[in-house]
Design a protein around this ligand. Sequence first.
Ligand SMILES: NC(=O)c1ccc[n+]([C@@H]2O[C@H](COP(=O)([O-])OP(=O)(O)OC[C@H]3O[C@@H](n4cnc5c(N)ncnc54)[C@H](OP(=O)(O)O)[C@@H]3O)[C@@H](O)[C@H]2O)c1
Length: 266
Amino acid sequence: MTIRICLAGATGWAGSALARGIAQAADLELVAAVSRSQAGRSLGEALGEPALAAPIFASAAEALAVGCDVFFEYTKPGVAKANILAALARGAHVVVGTSGLSDEDYAEIEAAAIQAGRGVLAVGNFAITVVLLQKFAEMAARYIPHWEIIDYASATKRDAPSGTVRELAYRLGQVGDSQLAVPLDEVQGEAGTRGARMNGAQVHSVRLPGYVIGVEAIFGLPDQKLVLRHEAGSSAQPYVDGALLAIRRVASFSGLRRGLDTVLEL
Ligand SMILES: NC(=O)c1ccc[n+]([C@@H]2O[C@H](COP(=O)([O-])OP(=O)(O)OC[C@H]3O[C@@H](n4cnc5c(N)ncnc54)[C@H](OP(=O)(O)O)[C@@H]3O)[C@@H](O)[C@H]2O)c1
């Protein structure tokens, strides 16, 4: 059976690579796309890819009226939650690639997904190398009670930390809180330099030209440390295969799942 997809953000850096990936997949069909600047055109015209005949709409609400099995959110944090809730209300399953949604946003989304009896699969990073880093970090956190996370991205990335780091902090928080030798309220000097406390971990975001996107999870014990580091290049290709897998698996459950590994056997 073909899975009918509505892709919000189909003309963007990540969305256009995914749209081309969908065009190559015999079991997937892109039926509607969302982009304000390209509304009224076909995606094929906008991307120069004749295999993509889907019409482009200015809003998710208009695109969802076409009818789809899976809504894929790849726009911006400011509109993502409303798009996801609209898709659930229309009876679609949802894959979320957009970063920047908070744990509170996800609590609301989870309640809506349960009520709708649909699946929402939120993945901060679809790259298999990041999926593995998250898994390895969870394993490390079970044995090493002290960790901090560093988030690296380009100077122009507005949301901080990245979706990858939010997800990593959330998942490590499920294992436990990272222990601090010096409590934050006893720090002398500039306490802000110790980073932000998220899900029981210190998180530090670096935003500089020269970086694309990366993450470091550092685990420390007396006289030894473990550093798990991931870096991605500038193409959106690493995210395509994981996103296609998420589309194929999201209808297999209802409610919210965070992380691609929740639908993989690792
Ligand atoms: N999970 C992952 O593995 C992964 C990988 C890459 C990126 N991301 C995340 O995905 C999101 C998109 O990243 P990107 O680099 O592809 O961004 P981008 O190149 O700026 O593309 C954004 C897309 O969303 C559309 N859009 C933006 N605002 C909109 C609105 N209000 N209504 C409708 N459409 C809107 C844009 O088209 P118009 O401007 O024409 O509306 C464009 O198609 C970001 O949050 C990024 O962090 C996640």
